[in-house]
Design a binder for this molecule. Structure first.
Ligand code: IPM
Ligand code: MN
Length: 355
């Protein structure tokens, strides 16, 4: 029987509740499609840091490399200074496991309300390929004369030929395999960031020449924000750098109905990838059984697709869509009409029942 070793990091706040429902649905998928998921739960997160004084133990990265995938809840704790856990766990894992792609589908499911007036599910259906290891996130820069009136703070965007090219190649390949319209939009800022996006644009066209079947399109990031609200139907696959990708995918999450459903994958095509809801740890809802677990469930679906369980991934998405269309009242925590665990039960039961 096909067997996958999955590291589960529930993390902080509402992460554990979301992950619990994600695992429930993943198990239903494994039962129906006859494969095995071997889950190992790891305790990393804010509480672990407060208890041990370290964000990750020595050897954690090497240990994680042994898994087929990582299923993450959320990172972020109200008693820990912002930045420590985000950089020490989430970004550290993305960088050290070389998960150079952050794949974020923006898909409005039937029955889900979008703040975009008169937009149908068929009009909000695209994918953002975000570079995930470089740019402003590289941590390059520093202070000069810190704390004085003459203080200087510099934070540089690092864009390497290799990093840009592998991201663009992934995006072209992704578009070829999954794109509905075979159109790849580069999201940049070539009119101002004349070094970084000069490189991106040159490599985009150079690599793009190898993909004559893919239409190449370019838009500045500010214009992309406008089009995502006004005409989201024009997008198929968008590729962009780390910072712009971070920003536009929060906007993307909103137009697909909210953080309650937005999922993403941190992907190393040759290594261990990590799947997560893209919203935060929502500590004020933690432990109340009111948070929406669909983002975690959808992240699980992406993980199955990545592991090669394509049929199971499609069935999971169908089950979520069906529950959204027929049961759930709202994606907002506390307003779903069901508790967190009931939503997990509904999707798991629907998935188990088949078509
Ligand atoms: C995300 C988050 C992270 C990011 C934070 C928590 C470091 O916002 O996954 O989009 O900026 O990448
Ligand atoms: Mn973000």
């Amino acid at each position: 029987m096909r067997n996958y070793k999955i590291a589960v990091i529930p993390g902080d706040g509402s992460g554990p509740e979301m992950v619990r429902e994600g695992v429930k649905v993943l198990e239903a998928a494994a039962n129906r499609f006859a494969f095995r998921l071997d889950f190992t739960t790891l305790p990393y997160g804010g509480d672990y840091y407060l208890q041990t004084g370290e964000v990750l133990p020595n050897g954690a990265i090497e240990e994680l490399k042994k898994y087929d995938a990582i299923f993450l809840g959320a990172i972020g704790h109200p008693d820990v200074k912002p930045g420590i856990l985000e950089k020490g766990i989430l970004l550290h894992l993305r960088f050290e496991l070389d998960q150079y792609i952050n794949l974020r589908p923006v898909k409005l499911f039937p029955g889900i309300e979008t703040p975009l007036k008169d937009k149908e599910p068929s009009e909000v259906d695209f994918v953002v390929v975000r570079e995930n290891t470089e740019g402003l996130y590289a941590g390059c820069g520093g202070f000069l004369r810190k704390g004085t009136l003459f203080e200087v703070a510099v934070q540089e965007s690092v864009n390497t030929r290799l990093g840009v090219e592998r991201c663009l190649r992934y995006a072209f390949n992704y578009c070829r395999e999954h794109g509905k319209r075979k159109k790849l939009t580069l999201c940049g800022k070539t009119n101002v960031l004349t070094y970084a996006f000069d490189l991106w644009e040159r490599v985009f066209h150079e690599v793009g020449a190898e993909y004559p079947d893919i239409e190449r399109d370019y838009a500045h990031v500010d214009a992309i924000c406008m089009w995502m609200v006004k005409n989201p139907e024009q997008f198929d696959v968008i590729v962009t750098d780390n910072m712009f990708g971070d920003i536009i995918t929060d906007l993307g999450a909103m137009i697909q109905g909210g953080m309650g459903i937005a999922a993403g994958g941190n992907i190393n095509p040759q290594g261990t990838s990590m799947f997560e809801p893209i919203g935060g740890s929502a500590p004020r809802y933690a432990g109340k059984n009111v948070i929406n677990p669909l983002a975690s469930i959808c992240a699980g679906g992406m993980m199955l697709g990545h592991l090669g369980e394509k049929e199971a991934a499609a069935a999971l998405e169908e089950a979520v869509m069906d529950i959204c269309a027929t049961k759930i009242k709202s994606l907002a925590a506390g307003r779903m009409g069901y508790s967190t665990s009931e939503v997990g039960d509904l999707v798991a039961a629907r998935l188990a029942a088949g078509a």
